[in-house]
Structure formats: structure tokens, C-alpha cells
Write a protein that binds this ligand. Structure first.
Ligand SMILES: Nc1ncnc2c1ncn2[C@@H]1O[C@H](COP(=O)(O)OP(=O)(O)OP(=O)(O)O)[C@@H](O)[C@H]1O
Ligand SMILES: Nc1ccn([C@@H]2O[C@H](COP(=O)(O)O)[C@@H](O)[C@H]2O)c(=O)n1
Length: 207
């Protein structure tokens, strides 16, 4: 069974994908990490994030086994990822490995922006996780506060809005729910309730 989980920044899709994968015993891929890794490598190498050819070359040679998540999290990498993710050549370079992961024997859970629309349009379960931007910013701000690394709330909210607008506005694989996706609005749901709602949906649709 392939479970595709998409949604805007800080909607909780990663939290949900991880929980579902652990509960169902399926492998999980956070596809945002791939774009973050390309952004990270470009910055480390002094390459302009707007350079589609150079960043696609990085994406082509990405070693997924050696992704260092601790260097990929954080606001700057989210922004850098969103810039490189707008290049069709970068997306093309990362397509096959995501599709192979999705179609491995036994199934998988993937979360990102285009899983239900582009990477695995035939997925048995598609969930588009969303929440009001202010709530998402509040959750992300809380997370950053716990890490002792919180900028002002207003700048967290502005980052989220800017990233969503870029992701939804790009021509190639824009952020949007697949026509057959179940939209799960978690604005009024805590983590446990969101997980319970997602799991109930999965159980209804697995075949
Ligand atoms: N339903 C919820 N209620 C309250 N907090 C939540 C909920 N879901 C997730 N969170 C918290 O919100 C923050 C963002 O969640 P998460 O990292 O899963 O989002 P994401 O969509 O994967 O983000 P990104 O797109 O930036 O990778 C985390 O601190 C997480 O613990
Ligand atoms: N399937 C995907 C996944 C991610 N992106 C881009 O990467 C950025 C970072 O993603 P996070 O989930 O780690 O926040 C995101 O803003 C997108 O621009 C993507 O395009 N497709």
C-alpha cells in the first residue's frame, strides 16, 4: 500500500507520516529532505540557488544514504529547498528515486508536496494535511522555542506564507491536493486526534 501525504509547510504531514509508517510497519520517506539536501549542497558549494543546471547536477548526484538531517532542518534550508524545488530539472532528477521508494514491495509512506499528484498518482491512500497558516506558524514557533532557536512569531508566519506561495505558484508540480485526496484540516486537532483521523481514513481505504 502506498500512502501519499502532502500539504503546506508545518501542516504536520511529517509527524503524521512518521506515525502512520511506524503504526503500519511501512518505510517512510520525507521527500522534503531531498530538496533541502540539494539546497544545502548548493549553499555549501557557493552555487546560486537560482541556477537550475547547477542545482540539477547536485540533485542528480545526491547520495540519499548519507543525508545528515540535523544539517537540513531549520528555516534557511526550508527556504533554500523551496527555491531549488521550483526548477523542473531538479524535480526531474529526484523523480525516479522517489518513485522507486514508493513502489517498493510491501508499500511505503511518503510525505511532500507532489506525492499524490506526480510521484505516486496511483497511491491507494492520499491525504492532504492542512491547517490555518497562523496555527501552523504557532506550532512551528513553539517547536523552535523548545530548541532555543525561535525568531519572532511574525517572521515565522511570514516565512511560511512566502514558502507556501512559491510552492503553490510554481509551474511544475505545484503544491495542491490531488483530486482524489482526502483533505485533513488539523486546525482544531491535536497530534493524537489528527493521527486517529488519518488512521481511520487509511483503514477505510486499504484494499
Ligand atoms: N495536530 C497538531 N497539533 C499540534 N501540533 C502539531 C500537530 N501536528 C504537528 N504538530 C507540530 O507542528 C510542527 C510542524 O509539524 P511537522 O514538522 O510534522 O510539519 P511538516 O508539515 O512536516 O513541516 P515541513 O513542511 O516544514 O517539513 C511540529 O512541531 C509538530 O510537532
Ligand atoms: N515533494 C516535495 C517535497 C518538498 N518540496 C520542497 O521542499 C521544501 C522543503 O520541504 P519540507 O517538507 O521539508 O518543508 C518545500 O517548501 C518545497 O518547496 C517539494 O517541492 N516537493
Amino acid at each position: 500500500m502506498i500512502i501519499a501525504i502532502d500539504g503546506p509547510a508545518a501542516s504536520g504531514k511529517g509527524t503524521l507520516a512518521k506515525r502512520l509508517a511506524a503504526h503500519l510497519g511501512l518505510p517512510h520517506l520525507d521527500t522534503g529532505l531531498l530538496y533541502r539536501a540539494v539546497g544545502r549542497a548548493a549553499i555549501d558549494g557557493g552555487i546560486d540557488l537560482e541556477d537550475a543546471d547547477a542545482t540539477a547536477e547536485i540533485a542528480d548526484g545526491l547520495d540519499v544514504a548519507s543525508l545528515d538531517e540535523s544539517r537540513l532542518r531549520g528555516r534557511e534550508m526550508g527556504e533554500a529547498a523551496s527555491v531549488v524545488a521550483s526548477h523542473p530539472k531538479v524535480r526531474k532528477a529526484l523523480l525516479d528515486l522517489q518513485r522507486r521508494f514508493a513502489h517498493q514491495r510491501g508499500g511505503a509512506v511518503l510525505d511532500g508536496r507532489d506525492i499524490g499528484t506526480v510521484i505516486a498518482p496511483g497511491a491507494e491512500v492520499k491525504i492532504f494535511v492542512t491547517a490555518d497558516a497562523e496555527i501552523r506558524a504557532r506550532r512551528r514557533h513553539l517547536e523552535l522555542e523548545k530548541r532555543g532557536d525561535a525568531p519572532p512569531f511574525a517572521s515565522v508566519l511570514a516565512d511560511i506564507r512566502k514558502r507556501d506561495a512559491r510552492d503553490a505558484g510554481r509551474a511544475d508540480a505545484p503544491l495542491k491536493p490531488a483530486p482524489d485526496a482526502h483533505v485533513l484540516d488539523t486546525t482544531a486537532l491535536d497530534v493524537e486526534s489528527a493521527f486517529a483521523a488519518a488512521l481511520a481514513f487509511v483503514e477505510r481505504h486499504r484494499h
